[in-house]
Write a new protein. Structure first.
Length: 498
């Protein structure tokens, strides 16, 4: 069958093992194929010579779509776009994803970017490809920012559409064997919903999805997910939902359907603790029985003052304890994410968080932590306040490239203040590090020796002469950051002075 043309979709390289094929691009591929476009999907994670492959596919393409996240991933996007402009200058280069959505103008200012797709792209990419195929105008395509005779044109917004109105993502084009060779797991990235009802001041999700929870039905999720697991021999499913159990009854129905299917696989998700607390212990056990072995939570702080600054009115410390307790009884690992250095946070606030979280960890062995320096991502609601506090907002696409999660742009977190935070954090992580039963005698002895004095330090707020840290570094590596979605160890990134 003759197609209307080819669209090349590219996912740039990034640190760490992939969760599986990029779901966002598979979703675009699904709508493009339904509209009778040919799709070539290239993921740098499994394509070592991706530039050559991109150049070859672009010889006959209408456009190249690149998905971009804020941070180091931008480098691969820039390199690829420049390469294509050199070798296939007539191909329209389209940037989409979280970063271009939040920073369309600075992204489009670059000479190697022709169009930015803002927000949900499934319909937009089809309309754009159709216009390019006909060499027609782009003026009436909702959701794009583009160049017209050197001027930047921002077309009107495209309303977010219900996710169940789109064709399924093109999972059939994925080389699952290739991803397994890279990550060592037969893994699938999957989403049952988009959006979150909360309005945390540091979160980009609320900017894009306007606090609307947009979900597939439980029946749809069970049928599609079980079929994918069986068809492609999947062993691990990572849900990319911003807050999976917003509809608690739907979440429980999904878990029950998976359990009753008899198909065995592990799955993970991220959530807020209040929704898990609305479940009974039997319902949390149902999650575990269906294959849930890990849950990640954006708890961020236990200081009431900081939680108020973050606009996390839904977050309660007692619910953190209760979530840990229920997860522990069900045998589910839990990760609490922490944000350090938030504007207005004091050293006393951080100590409250470290003490409370250490108490939770002492009571519930299933809990781990992932602390991060506050990262001011583009578009978040508190940027006006950040500018007043002296945070310099990146102006160009390349400037944003230097902002991975945990990068320190905070003028109030420098010198002795930063050194104190790092020292306190090292003590906190050392105290709460997982101790393996198979650890050497030296490691077990070192752990036993240092834990009591570290608890005393956190209670006394005294961190001079850190002999415990010197001793621990002789015998073990402290895990500083974990994925909120899977709990995996993330690349180590120290917070440097601005």
């Amino acid at each position: 069958m003759l197609t209307r043309g080819k669209v090349v979709l590219f996912y740039p390289p990034y640190d760490g093992a992939p969760l599986g094929a990029p779901l966002a691009l598979l979703s675009l591929a699904g709508t493009l194929r339904e509209a009778n476009f040919e799709v070539a999907l290239i993921d740098a994670a499994i394509e070592p010579n991706y530039l050559n492959r991109v150049a070859e596919e672009c010889k006959s393409a209408l456009c190249l779509g690149i998905s971009v996240l804020t941070g180091p991933m931008i480098q691969g996007a820039i390199d690829t776009a420049k390469f294509v402009k050199k070798h296939a200058p007539d191909v329209c280069v389209v940037f989409g994803g979280w970063h271009p959505t939040l920073c369309p103008e600075s992204t489009l200012h670059e000479p190697y970017v022709d169009v930015v797709v803002r927000g949900q792209g499934e319909i937009t990419i089809v309309e754009l490809a159709s216009a390019l195929a006909k060499k027609g105008p782009l003026d009436l395509i909702a959701g794009i920012t583009w160049k017209k005779q050197g001027r930047l044109i921002e077309n009107f917004e495209r309303r977010v559409q219900p996710v169940d109105t789109f064709p399924p993502p093109a999972f059939d084009i994925v080389d699952f064997d290739a991803y397994e060779r890279v990550s060592g797991k037969r893994e699938l990235a999957y989403a049952t919903s988009i959006g979150c009802p909360y309005a945390c001041n540091y979160c980009t999700d609320m900017v894009v999805y306007k606090r609307r929870f947009n979900a597939y039905s439980a029946e749809h999720v069970i049928k599609e997910l079980v079929d994918l697991v069986v068809r492609y021999r999947i062993t691990h499913v990572a849900l990319l939902d911003s807050n999976f159990p917003v509809d608690v009854h739907r979440a429980i129905a999904i878990a029950k359907g998976i359990r009753d299917s008899g198909v065995k696989f592990n799955w993970t998700f991220q959530a807020s603790t209040d929704f898990i607390c609305r479940m009974s212990q039997d319902e949390v056990q149902l999650l575990a029985d269906s294959g849930v072995n890990y849950m990640g939570f954006g708890t961020e702080s236990t200081s009431p003052a900081v939680l108020k600054l973050m606009n996390k009115r839904h977050q309660r410390v007692d619910e953190m304890y209760e979530t840990a307790r229920k997860g522990n009884l069900a045998g589910i690992r839990i990760n609490f994410n922490l944000i350090l250095g938030y504007p207005g946070e004091t050293s006393a606030d951080r100590l409250i968080t470290f003490r409370t979280m250490s108490d939770i960890r002492r009571k519930f062995a299933n809990v781990r932590f992932s602390p991060n320096i506050f990262t001011p991502y583009p578009g978040i609601p508190i940027w006006p306040q950040l500018r007043e506090l002296g945070v310099v907002e990146p102006k160009t696409l390349e400037d944003w490239m230097t902002m991975p999660l945990g990068a320190n742009m905070l003028p109030w977190l420098r010198g002795s203040e930063l050194a104190r935070l790092n020292r306190t954090l090292d003590y906190f992580l050392l105290l709460n590090q997982k101790r393996s039963q198979k650890a050497s005698l030296l490691r077990r002895l070192a752990s036993f020796i240092v834990r009591a004095p570290i608890r005393w330090r956190l209670n006394a707020d005294f961190f001079s002469f850190p002999w415990e840290i010197w001793l621990a570094r002789l015998s073990e590596q402290i895990v500083k950051r974990r994925s909120l979605i899977t709990g995996r160890r993330l690349p180590v990134q120290r917070a440097n002075v601005c």
